[in-house]
Design a protein around this ligand. Structure first.
Ligand code: NAD
Ligand code: ZN
Ligand code: ZN
Length: 382
């Protein structure tokens, strides 16, 4: 079939909405009509080159080229068709995308760590998870799919492992947020950070991810939820969704945190700025108290190998730094769980959507993200 998708042809370029050719699903694959796709900062890392392998470099490494690639990994849609052997969904089912596939059988899935599923390997290379060949083509060339999904597309074909069946009455734009931003932020605080009742928690960077770390910390019973962002609107939104204090920078927060915590600083610090540069870690660890945990969720440039970490203090004050992908949650269990919390009114999703865009307005949407105008911008398909 013919469909339309936002394609990135190389680092530093704009998204280009193209008519593409889409093959029917093969064994273990599903055809999904996308209904909503969130504009997460992670797709932007391909545009800036923070998280991208130039085609020449891929060639030198002997792997398939990354570009052209269909963006988008936050998504929700309806299954139109399934290939042979698909068992967990059928045509008509509503699904959430999962930017981490989960096979349910590998070492990591079967030990409760679906966020580390082995099917996530080769994420930057072309080809379906199932057999390594492509279903998406533009002018005769195979297209790559960001996170093996490509949700910035009116229709997409993905592996069954990349979709999670959800109850059909949820609004699709709310569902798409859970598929990455909500789960990642909430899990960064609650699961990876292990926030407990009474904790003092700091969240640095209030976008689609950080705002959900704020919600998670509140739901886990944190005493103080301190949200840091240079943009005033983000700080206001954080207060609406559970923050107790806000600051415009870590430097401004540090003396106030000292006062608030009687010198003990934070139990948990969650790092969710747009880009995690190594030098940000010095202040992050100053805010992390003795025995405290600093969770690094934001993506750093792939080539960033140094961070400002005082290793003496790390050891002597028994601190820990923990990376996380997908907030260390299990997509198959936790996407439905978070939607259940939304149904009961405990988790706010509608309030996270600042503006809706058409697929053709994608570059405007990303410019608004760069300008700090959106908690989350969402592309809706009609
Ligand atoms: N680990 C994962 O699984 C995972 C999943 C999704 C996204 N991410 C990453 O999380 C990060 C956040 O994503 P997002 O979509 O929320 O981004 P976003 O651009 O919507 O929000 C980032 C926020 O950080 C603020 N900010 C930037 N520098 C700051 C600083 N020094 N101090 C305080 N605030 C600062 C910005 O003003 C903005 O409000 C990105 O790096 C993204 O790629 C990681
Ligand atoms: Zn994301
Ligand atoms: Zn697996």
């Amino acid at each position: 079939m013919k469909t339309r998708a936002a394609v990135l042809w190389g680092i530093g370029q704009d998204w280009k909405v193209e008519e593409i050719d889409l093959d029917p699903p093969k064994a273990g694959e599903v055809l999904v009509q996308m209904k909503a796709a969130g504009m997460c900062h992670s797709d932007e890392h391909m545009v800036t080159g923070d998280m991208a392998i130039p085609n020449e470099m891929a060639e030198a490494m002997g792997i398939s080229p990354m570009f052209p690639v269909i963006g988008g990994h936050e998504g929700a849609g309806i299954v139109l068709e399934v290939g042979p052997g698909v068992q967990s969904v059928k045509p008509g089912d509503h699904v959430s995308a999962s930017f981490i596939p989960s096979c349910g059988r590998c070492h990591y899935c079967s030990t409760g760590r679906q966020n580390l599923c082995d099917l996530g390997a080769a994420a930057f290379q072309k080809g379906q998870i199932t057999d390594g060949t492509s279903r998406h083509h533009v002018r005769g060339e195979d297209l790559n799919l960001f996170a093996k999904l490509g949700t910035f597309s009116e229709h997409t074909v993905v592996a069954e492992a990349s979709v999670i069946k959800i109850e059909p009455d949820f609004p699709m734009d709310a569902v798409c947020l859970v598929s990455c931003g909500v789960a990642t932020g909430w899990g960064s605080a609650v699961q990876r950070g292990g926030v407990k009742a009474g904790d003092t928690v700091v969240v640095v960077g209030i976008g689609g991810i950080g705002i959900n770390a704020v919600q998670g910390a509140r739901m886990a019973g944190a005493k103080h939820v301190i949200a840091i962002d240079p943009v005033e609107f983000k700080r206001e939104k954080a207060m609406e969704l559970g923050a107790t204090h806000t600051f415009s920078s870590m430097a401004e927060a540090i003396p106030a945190l000292q006062e608030l915590s009687w010198g003990r600083m934070a139990d948990k610090v969650v790092m969710t700025p747009g880009v995690l540069y190594g030098d940000l870690m010095a202040e992050a660890l100053t805010m992390t108290g003795k025995g405290g945990t600093c969770v690094t969720t934001a993506i750093a440039p792939m080539t960033q190998t140094h961070a400002a970490v005082n290793l003496f203090e790390l050891a002597m004050w028994n601190k820990e730094i923990k990376g996380t992908i997908f907030g260390s949650l299990n997509p198959r269990a936790d996407i439905p769980k978070l939607l259940g919390l939304y149904r009961e009114g405990q988790l706010k999703l509608d309030e996270l959507i600042t503006k809706r865009y058409t697929l053709d307005q994608i570059n405007e949407g990303y410019q608004d993200m760069r300008d700090g105008k959106n908690i989350r911008g969402v592309i809706t398909f009609d």
